[in-house]
Design a protein around this ligand. Structure first.
Ligand SMILES: [Zn+2]
Length: 352
């Protein structure tokens, strides 16, 4: 009797998982569903964020470890004939719950309307990219002379807290052309519990859809850290796509009066412009690099050393999984990240 019940249970949960795949696939094709998810996200966002801001550490990271253990345990049990049936039923229930929660709180946001429609965007010209690269180079040089340094003369953050506070206050001051998403005013940045491993993964930060926490790698060089926070906070606002989060991160940083955040943001923009230009005019890129100030050179060198020190087996794996993940969410992989540059140029050129 019990065996029959477990068998039925398994069938029900397996069908439910399949039904979910189908349901969310169909929903992703319907514009109203994107709109509805967005409204739901706006509504639940403050509650979700307030709840998890009560914990001083990343509860989401603890959840991921427990989830991994639970999955491994159930898979092992499922391989043993005696416990197979029950373990499979439990595994299916767990997958159902996790998948549904993920889609509800995050997955469908990938299908909301883009910030700018495709017809609004045009291919940036080489001249525009070069003009902007020069503008951002000069801004970086000026800002770099205002920030603090460590004993080796490398940019060192004075206060991460004031950057977090600044980003949150900038959330309510995004330009009118950006689809409105309410700022909650809640600080929810947490150092990742896996910062050590993260350094080897090439991942700078991540948003946890289950807990709305923004994790960052606390070991990152100071040049990368502030912009990483801005990027993750764009996810917290409800911008799911990577390149749009970069663009919102740039908007959060660029109007800031916090020199450290501003330098990190402008440095990110400059590097992206130079990457894009490298395939068209490598000489221009090399000449621009020559114009870096002494301080900027030391920062770039320190970032390069950090990357070299942490190169390893994980690198390819994470690069591969990251590409796969982005592709499965209908985004372009890393190679064509310059969609950010499209958004950037479109916005910069529309400024008075
Ligand atoms: Zn992101």
């Amino acid at each position: 009797m019990t065996r029959k019940v477990t068998y039925m249970k398994k069938r029900i949960w397996a069908s439910s998982l399949l039904a979910q795949f189908l349901l969310f696939y169909l929903l992703s094709k319907m514009p109203w569903a994107g709109q509805a998810t967005q409204s739901f996200f706006e509504w639940q966002k403050p509650v979700h964020q307030r709840l998890f801001s009560q914990f001083p550490f990343s509860l989401g990271d603890v959840f991921y470890v427990l989830l991994a253990f639970a999955l491994a345990y159930l898979v092992l049990k499922a391989l043993t004939p005696k416990s197979r049936s029950k373990a499979l039923a439990a595994l299916l229930i767990l997958l159902n719950v996790v998948y549904f929660t993920y889609q509800l709180f995050w997955g469908l946001l990938y299908f909301q309307k883009p910030i700018f429609s495709e017809s609004e965007l045009r291919e940036p010209t080489e001249v525009e990219l070069k003009l902007l690269a020069t503008k951002y180079l000069n801004e970086c040089i000026a800002l770099r002379s205002l920030v603090s340094e460590d004993s080796l003369g490398v940019f060192k953050l004075e206060s991460l807290k004031s950057i977090e506070v600044e980003i949150i206050s900038q959330q309510s001051q995004l330009p009118q052309i950006i689809p409105e998403k309410k700022a909650t005013g809640i600080l929810l940045f947490k150092p990742s519990l896996y910062s050590g491993v993260m350094s080897y993964s090439g991942i700078l930060g991540y948003y946890n859809p289950f807990t709305a926490e923004a994790q960052y790698n606390a070991k990152l060089p100071s040049t990368s850290l502030p912009f990483t926070l801005a990027h993750e906070s764009a996810h917290q606002l409800g911008f799911a796509r990577e390149q749009e989060a970069n663009f919102i991160g740039y908007l959060l940083g660029k109007n800031s009066t916090n020199t450290e955040l501003l330098y990190s943001t402008n440095y990110f923009v400059l590097r992206n412009l130079l990457w894009s230009l490298y395939s068209v005019d490598p000489k221009f890129v090399e000449e621009t690099l020559e114009l870096y100030s002494e301080g900027m050179r030391r920062d770039a060198e320190a970032a390069k050393l950090f990357n070299e020190k942490h190169e390893g087996v994980f690198d390819d794996f994470f690069q591969w999984t990251n590409d796969l993940f982005l592709k499965s969410n209908q985004q372009e992989g890393r190679v064509t990240y310059s969609y950010f540059v499209h958004l950037l140029v479109h916005y910069e050129m529309s400024l008075p």
